[in-house]
Design a protein around this ligand. Structure first.
Ligand code: SF4
Length: 320
């Protein structure tokens, strides 16, 4: 499979306590090697502060990496600028969690989308007709073209935000918790629409969420992040049914099970304590202070590397 996105030893460290004389650094993303295949949805899960949103923003060049490389569609984009960067921005877009915050309340749908067309100098001869047709793509009607964001429901606003990204005909979308600000009743509609759009337009998604049910529904593969590291990666069903890393086992154990018979045989694990300080992460495996399988003298000394342990299944843990 062809990798559309590839990160190589990608890191982002944020200074703490002042830029000039930092007290330390939060290693939000630390030496991440990851591939996202063309046409797939890669789900990215982990607790708040695990680094998943930072990784999504790094891949889109919304923030600069501290070190490492990002390759998009065969091109090293790590140091892109000027026209080449604008070209990349057309191909790779983001959908944020809160559609209301990401839309300008003073612009109608038409004005919002026209602005995108103008900024990116898209060669469209009749923008109003074009935008009206595009509205149908996300389940809205042309009669809604000249309405303001406050006249729409949360789900409709998210449809407009998705359309604003699609108007540039991107190849790749980072979906950063795209439904978590919406009513439960409309979450499934938006997820289904995103799946449908992916098929019709040949899109590739990085789906970031802490909702493992939604990630399973959307994703072909799942990557699990803990304190800036990918600790497990594999096909979505396999990761959910048979999680390998103790942290993934704890995340899955926390899911409510509608049919307890379906969970028979699955390892259950309760997370102990809070994540350690991200400024001074523990040596060795960062999960060791919370891990019931901790091997003294090994887990607290040697950092486990992400390695393939079964076909397409990767885990960073000394148990394997
Ligand atoms: Fe637990 Fe050791 Fe595996 Fe880390 S490497 S998850 S501490 S068993």
């Amino acid at each position: 499979m062809k990798a559309l996105v590839k990160t190589e030893r990608l890191s982002k460290y944020f200074p703490v306590g002042g830029l000039l004389r930092p007290r330390g650094y939060v290693k939000a993303v630390d030496n991440v090697d990851l591939e996202i295949y063309e046409g797939e949805t890669l789900g990215l899960v982990g607790e708040t502060g695990s680094g998943k949103t930072t990784l999504g923003r790094l891949i889109l060049k919304l923030i600069e990496p501290t070190s490492g490389r990002i390759v998009f569609d065969g091109v090293d984009i790590t140091r892109l600028s000027g026209e080449k960067l604008r070209e990349f921005r057309r191909k790779a877009q983001i959908i944020f969690q809160d559609p209301y915050m990401s839309l300008n309340p003073r612009l109608t749908v038409y004005q919002t989308l026209l602005e995108v067309i103008k900024v990116h100098k898209l060669p469209i001869s009749d923008p109003e007709e074009y935008i009206a047709k595009m509205l149908e793509l996300v389940g809205l009607e042309r009669g809604q073209l000249h309405r303001y964001p406050h006249e729409f429901s949360g789900g409709q606003r998210q449809r407009i935000a998705i359309l604003r990204a699609l108007i540039l005909e991107p190849k790749f979308l980072v979906l950063d918790e795209p439904t978590s600000a919406l009513d439960v009743s409309v979450q499934a509609q938006i997820l289904n629409m995103l799946k449908d759009l992916q098929k019709r337009l040949g899109l590739t998604y990085l789906f970031i969420s802490h909702d493992i049910g939604a990630v399973r529904y959307m994703s072909d593969r799942i990557a699990v992040m803990y304190m800036g590291k990918i600790v497990e990666l594999g096909p979505a069903d396999a990761v959910i049914k048979e999680p390998l890393h103790p942290y993934t086992q704890a995340l899955i154990s926390a899911l409510p099970v509608p049919d307890p018979r379906a969970a028979r045989g699955r390892k259950t694990l309760l997370l102990q304590g809070e994540p350690p300080s991200p400024i001074n992460p523990p040596p060795g495996c960062r999960f060791y202070p919370r891990c019931p399988y901790f091997i003294k003298g090994k887990c607290d000394k040697e950092e486990p590397q992400l390695k393939e342990v079964k076909n397409g299944r990767y885990v960073a843990c000394h148990l394997y």
